[in-house]
Write a protein that binds this ligand. Structure first.
Ligand SMILES: Cc1cc2nc3c(=O)[nH]c(=O)nc-3n(C[C@H](O)[C@H](O)[C@H](O)COP(=O)(O)O)c2cc1C
Length: 352
């Protein structure tokens, strides 16, 4: 049975998990409309994830995806963190604020989170996906034995091979165009920065896994192109940020519709890992900080969030983590159900 049939999708479309932006209401709307809705639970604990899963289930009986961060836990480095905070101090000072005294590792990796695993095995969401790496083979085996379909992000053939060897059911080929964090397993390793077209073809030809294409896909023509490349489905994130069901702030929505959408930037400054964001004051700091390495993800993110909060307190929203892909100017402002319907019509028109 094909991947799409196994999940009973009417459309080869996955709404990307977007921690902090996707909501149970967004995911359920997409699933109800025939795609696969996703929630990102990597930024919270197992209780928060359990509540989000319950809310999706209240809204839809169809399949949905629960996404986890499986980053290598950060290595605290007090000297580097202090130097980073000192570098940021003048930026904080511009908003009459001081940096936090100490930075925390704000997200627990799923690799280190037995409570999250126990909860997932108990409530058994239809799909679980991994970003930034993979949990142990036993964990993947336990999830699959519970009937859960698994997916993982790859940005390279090497990562896809690890995903295939781990027994994961499908691979998300995330091109450099993609909004949000690159799913690279090791942020310190060289990155070939493959685009969605080349990466999708590479994974279709060199692995036997179903491949989901992600990165820069904004409309039915993009989904059709992904299918033509041999992908079983397309995963769209940025296209869904402007939906009223997302948790994006008004300022984020305005930025998405503004000039910054034409100039997205890949930066590690905000969180400590490379991620693509709308150009804003935060991404512009990258020009001044050349040669600096921020603390490990997600320790650097603690500083990034503090800076955003300090600036917002003075009415400045230019330090938000406004993640978005290169297709940002192509985003449409529509309720999720209408957007999925439109994507379906556009895809059908391309297929005629
Ligand atoms: C706002 C935002 C948040 C994201 N958060 C996550 C996440 O929590 N987990 C994840 O696996 N991918 C996340 N991504 C990446 C998506 O899974 C996907 O790779 C990307 O959205 C595809 O590119 P596109 O944004 O151009 O459609 C995020 C993307 C965006 C835009």
């Amino acid at each position: 049975m094909s991947f799409v049939d196994r999940l009973n999708l009417r459309l080869p479309l996955i709404q990307a998990p977007m921690a902090g932006v996707s909501t149970p209401a967004l995911a359920a709307s997409v699933s109800e409309a025939g795609g696969l809705g996703s929630i990102g639970v990597g930024a919270g604990d197992s209780a928060a994830a359990r509540a989000m899963i319950a809310e999706v289930r209240e809204r839809t009986g169809r399949a949905f995806n629960v996404n986890l961060f499986v980053h290598r836990p950060a290595t605290p480095d007090p000297v580097r963190e202090a130097a980073w905070l000192a570098w940021l101090a003048p930026v904080f000072a511009a908003y009459d604020a001081v940096p936090p005294q100490r930075l925390r590792e704000i997200y627990t990796s799923f690799a280190d989170d037995p409570d999250m695993l126990a909860m997932l095995l108990e409530v058994a969401p239809p799909v679980v996906s991994f970003h930034f790496g993979l949990p142990d083979a036993e964990v993947i085996g336990a999830l699959r034995a519970r009937g859960i379909v698994t997916m993982a992000t790859a940005t390279s053939l090497d990562e896809a091979r690890l995903i295939a060897a781990a027994g994961v059911d499908a691979v998300v080929a995330q091109g450099i165009e993609a909004g949000g964090h690159r799913g690279v397993f090791d942020p310190a390793a060289p990155d070939d920065a493959l685009g969605t077209i080349a990466l999708t073809r590479l994974l279709v030809r060199a692995t036997s896994l179903p491949v989901v294409a992600a990165g820069g896909i904004m409309d039915g023509a993009g989904i059709a192109a992904a299918l033509d490349l041999g992908a079983v489905a397309a995963q769209l994130g940025t296209a869904f940020i402007a939906c009223p069901e997302s948790a994006a702030s008004d300022e984020y929505r305005a930025a998405l519709a503004g000039e910054g959408g034409y100039h997205t930037v890949l930066t590690s400054l905000i969180s400590g890992r490379p991620a693509r964001a709308l150009a804003n004051r935060f991404t512009a700091l990258g020009e001044q900080v050349a040669g600096w390495r921020p603390p490990d993800y997600p320790i650097a993110y603690d500083a990034g969030k503090a800076l955003h909060a300090a600036a917002v307190a003075k009415g400045e929203h230019g330090y938000g983590a406004h993640w978005a892909g290169q297709g940002a100017p192509l985003a449409r402002v529509l309720p999720a159900i209408e957007l999925v319907r439109l994507l379906s019509e556009e895809l059908a028109a391309c297929r005629r």
